[in-house]
Design a protein around this ligand. Sequence first.
Ligand code: IVH
Length: 716
Amino acid sequence: MPSDLERACDLRALLHRYAHEYYVLDTPTVPDAEYDRLFAELQALEIAHPELATVDSPTQRVGGKPLPEFSEITHKVPMLSLNNAFEDEDIAAFDKRVREGLGVAEVVYDVGPKFDGLAISLTYADGVLTQAATRGDGATGEDVTQNVRTIRAIPLRLSGTAVPALLEVRGEVLMLKKDFARLNEDQVTRGQKTFANPRNAAAGSLRQLDSRITATRRLTFFAYGVAQCDGVALPGEQSAIMDFLAAQGFPVCHERSRVAGAQGLLDYYRAIGEKRGTLPYDIDGVVYKVDSLAQQAELGFVSRAPRWAIAHKYPAQEELTTVEAIDIQVGRTGALTPVARLKPVFVGGVTVTNATLHNEDEVRRKDVRVGDTVIVRRAGDVIPEVVGVVLEKRPMRDVPGADLFSAAQEPVNPPFEMPKTCPVCGSHAVKGVDEAVTRCTGGLYCAAQRKQALWHFASRKALDIDGLGDKIIEQLVDIGLVKTPADIYLLNPEQLAGLERMGEKSAQNLLAGIAVSKNTTLPRFIYALGIRNVGEATARDLASHFGTPGIQKDEKVIAEEVAKYFAEFGELMSDLPADEAECKQVIARRLDLLTQVPDVGPVVAQSIVDFFAEAHNRDVVAALLAAGVYWPAIEVNAAREGPFTGKTFVLTGTLPTLGRDEAKAMIEAAGGKVAGSVSKKTSVVVAGEEAGSKLAKAQELGITIWTEEQLRAALA
Ligand code: IVH
């Protein structure tokens, strides 16, 4: 039996290793439960024998007593800032200054992302974390040691072979985007204030006087430099120092690189810029540092920034602007979406004038009002959104007759209220129980919904009607020529001639486009109907599951026969029985029929049942077929006979040699099907590198998981 002291030491070493594997290397080797079990054992030992506890014990990561305030720490080596550059020319000029300063033809740089978190300085004495300080004004910062101990990515003890007597590491504390999203969700559930962005969340979490709160927030850390090091000789290049830090147990960023010359810098800037949206954390630029420390020393500093480094910033993804109005947009399925009309602002590389406010709950939660100054965010290709309101800038007015006991000022503008009726058609607007969305009940009576339904019907992935754009649809609906998609096929040249900006030639082209669109495919047809929750993939699944005999051109199809063409699907095409009990039964049977389709769950099935329960929707289907829309036959289940017949596969991650399409083709050729998401119906998940949530789900459901090699073996 080892003594308690030995056991405590062993446990600490094990937990230390597991945490490093999990938080720094991103490759856990034991299940979480095992970690928790060992952790509890160590905690029990330390409680029973307080003399065994050490400051670097993993149990110290849970936070301690709240502090009355942070104490001040003077930075022995000041925490400086970086000069910023935005344009390529600034970078060329920087490289030129550096080359001329050094008198060399080419300079090698260590390059890495500029993390959008907060700078921190970590001091290790004889290998143990003794102090952590914020940047503050660069000369003095705050002592946040207790809080920093709770950050699992930060080693409490160094792990290098040679441990310095003193090491001061600089780096950035940040919150991953996914942890930020989760924190905000939790804050909403708890009725607490949400954070505007990961940076604010990280700062708010790190500057908690109660470190037990910090311990509940998932913060992480990347090291980017060394300020002091005694007792161990450091390498002579910044890039090698980063390797040294990694060996001491610090997380260092995988996106780092070493490049030469201005072109190398600009290429790196572009490459990271393209990845920016998919990185797990926010960055606001990249940082270039002269790699050689000797060269750094030669160049020195000017005022508060080094001459040997520069930050090359990306266009800001967040800016401030004001809300000029809040309008309501009506979507294809009747969803009323509040949209903020903004004073134009340049953000994320484009000028933004509108931002979605999502739904009523969101506007209420953020309390966005007309006249407010708001933070607008546009990241990558994402639709611009209002992140939050700068309350201090809200327009206020004096309250007449206010005295000491009542508020002297009140907001000029009232809180936002969702209209009770649709702003386009005046139908009632209703919000479903447990639903965030308010919908116009007008259906195709509502011109806004009708226009969008038509636009969707004619769009490229649906019936792909050449020449039928927004403007024409708008006019056709406004003058009442087209009410349903089927009406499109009844248009004649005279009617089109009456439209604005419609010459004879374009009318002819449009009619030709309409005629051509009649020859379609069943998946496109189903998708074009615009059933809620039925996207392209589901439409394909439905088509190949139910299949239909091909509908032939010129074949006379009458409404009553539609059911026949829809085979089993046709079951949906009949009226629901009037008798309540019978009706329930029919609905249950339909839902059951639909949920047998791979990838169709109860929500999608319900949307389909609801859609076909409406007589006017069935009429449109019949009218389209009567107007001559047709498609070639689809083999039921489109499955070939083969070793994988009846099996559904899901592909995830990057396979070593096969591309996604290749793997899919191989599986389909063997009679199998490939679905997009993992469910109980999945037979096998083929997982490659960086497989994420699908793999986790498969493990959770106990589904067979194969590598590419196993897939190949099964087909050999
Ligand atoms: S190096 C002499 N590297 O940017 C200054 N800083 O403007 C050396 N930052 O306060 C800083 N990522 O918080 C460096 N990879 C990185 C960085 C980085 C983010 C922040 C840091 C600092 C600010 C300087």
